[in-house]
Design a protein around this ligand. Structure first.
Ligand code: ZN
Length: 463
């Protein structure tokens, strides 16, 4: 990851940084800092994360919440956490309401009939059994649709040609994603019959990107699909011509299916008076029903399990309990995060964080902690600097499930931002497979999470 020689030099510099704040209270002891540095350097040679991810992708694959594969993923997680030697391994059941995919067919009906590559969006309605054919009302992007006060969409299929900007931190997705999350409801408000969007993704491959669309009170739910980028290109080209463009849509979907799934929990138990406080490092165990759920979020599952294994192998019990939580049903509505909060909301949580952005290197540390804990974050930043991670303030957002818990319970949070430059090439597609994961970037993630968990567990301050 980085040259050995440079690492040694950088390590010394990293350890020196917190010492410069000699006037600040020493919230992390020298012994704990030294342990953290040793832990980090051992985790940088990690050999656990890749086999875990390979095993999950090979033996389970896609695992939408409530499916038989999801149940096997829960068994897989319990078995592997146990095998790694983690404690208090358990699967906590929870109820979820999910959407399930049936058949999807999308085609150009006229003027140049041809089949298109598409996936229905999560929460999409079904079309009539024989499908529907209608003229297209095309919009350049979500904002253009939202600004439309005309009657143009009424009785038509709305096409949203939203492009997704490639960014390291994912903000391109945050912006373009509105076309998927809210585009269908905006189209429904304008009397549309169905919605077709350009996939929210950064690739040029013939894979469609699924993902959930939002349901809004009092707004009809439309059949909605995403086209693979080259197929969206065809629709955009034909929509720009003078002849009317007609699309055929057939979607079979099962809405609001009640299922049981689980959060899987495993711990490195704390020892001493703070052992009942929790440092939560999470990921989500479920995936979409396409691909293998490798980047989203098999990588996160492997990273946090491996980080806990390194804490265990380092031989010192943490002061607080480090808890791995593999959340159920992130993709279809965060039921796992809410169920965790319902069950454990009264327990003191020192920190929540989540790895859910593929396997790219961590490049940024952002916290969301009390002001008096910032010197401990500075100490952590010094330890992470040799991994190429820069500290960037106290306005962090800790991932989807941890974010739900942070907002709902006001728990302190940490964000270890991964490089997401390539993440949205495969996100929510059939192409999210192990073949697209760079094994070389996993250990740096494991090292960052192990170090972060240890410092949070040991700090002599409530975050
Ligand atoms: Zn995810």
């Amino acid at each position: 990851v980085i040259g050995r020689r440079r690492l040694l030099i950088a390590t010394a510099a990293g350890l020196a940084a917190p010492a410069l704040r000699a006037q600040a209270p020493a919230l992390v002891s020298p012994a704990d800092l030294a342990h953290a540095a040793a832990l980090r350097d051992r985790a940088l040679a990690d050999r656990h994360a890749w086999p875990l991810l390979e095993s999950l992708c090979t033996e389970v694959g896609a695992r939408p919440a409530g499916s038989p594969a999801d149940a096997r993923a829960v068994q897989w997680a319990v078995a592997n956490a146990t095998r790694l030697g983690l404690s208090n391994v358990r699967a906590e059941p929870l109820q979820a309401r999910v959407w399930q995919r049936g058949a999807t067919e999308v085609a150009i009906a006229a003027p140049h009939p041809q089949k298109l590559t598409a996936l229905a969006l999560g929460n999409s309605a079904s079309t009539p059994p024989d499908g529907l054919t209608a003229e297209v009302a095309a919009y350049a992007d979500f904002d253009t649709l939202r600004a439309d006060t005309s009657d143009r969409a009424r009785g038509r299929i709305v096409f949203i040609d939203q492009h997704t900007e490639r960014t390291r931190d994912g903000r391109g997705y945050g912006f373009a994603g509105r076309a998927r999350w809210n585009g269908p409801a905006e189209a429904a408000r304008r009397g549309a019959l169905g919605v077709v969007i350009r996939s929210i993704g950064t690739d040029r491959q013939r894979f469609a990107h699924t993902g959930a669309m939002n349901l809004q009170d009092g707004v009809p739910v439309l059949p909605a699909v995403a086209l693979a980028p080259p197929d969206a290109d065809v629709v955009a080209r034909l929509a720009a011509r003078a002849e009317p463009l007609r699309l055929f849509l057939r979607v079979v979907a099962h809405q609001g299916v009640d299922v049981t799934t689980h959060n899987v929990i495993a711990e490195v138990p704390g020892r001493g008076p703070r052992a009942d406080e929790i440092v939560l490092i999470g990921a989500h165990l479920d995936s979409w029903d396409v691909g293998q759920g490798a980047a989203d979020d098999g990588a996160g599952v492997a990273i946090v399990l491996a980080a806990a294994k390194h804490l265990l192998d380092a031989g010192r019990a943490p002061a607080r309990t480090v808890r791995v939580v593999l959340f159920g049903n992130e993709e279809n509505g965060f039921d796992g995060a809410r169920a965790y909060g319902d069950r454990h909301g009264a327990v003191r949580h020192q920190l929540v964080g989540e790895s859910d952005f593929g396997a790219g290197r961590v490049w940024r540390l952002r916290s969301r902690v009390a002001a008096e804990a910032l010197p401990a974050i500075d100490a952590l930043a010094g330890l992470l600097a040799p991994l190429g991670i820069e500290a960037a303030g106290n306005e962090g957002t800790p991932g989807p499930d941890a974010g739900v818990l942070m907002r709902r319970h006001r728990w302190p949070a940490i964000e270890l931002t991964q490089d997401g430059t390539a993440y949205f090439d495969v996100h929510h597609t059939e192409n999210d497979t192990l073949a697209r994961i760079d094994a070389a970037t996993l250990p740096q993630n494991v090292a960052a999470w192990a170090t972060t968990a240890w410092v949070a567990a040991q700090a002599d301050v409530a975050f």
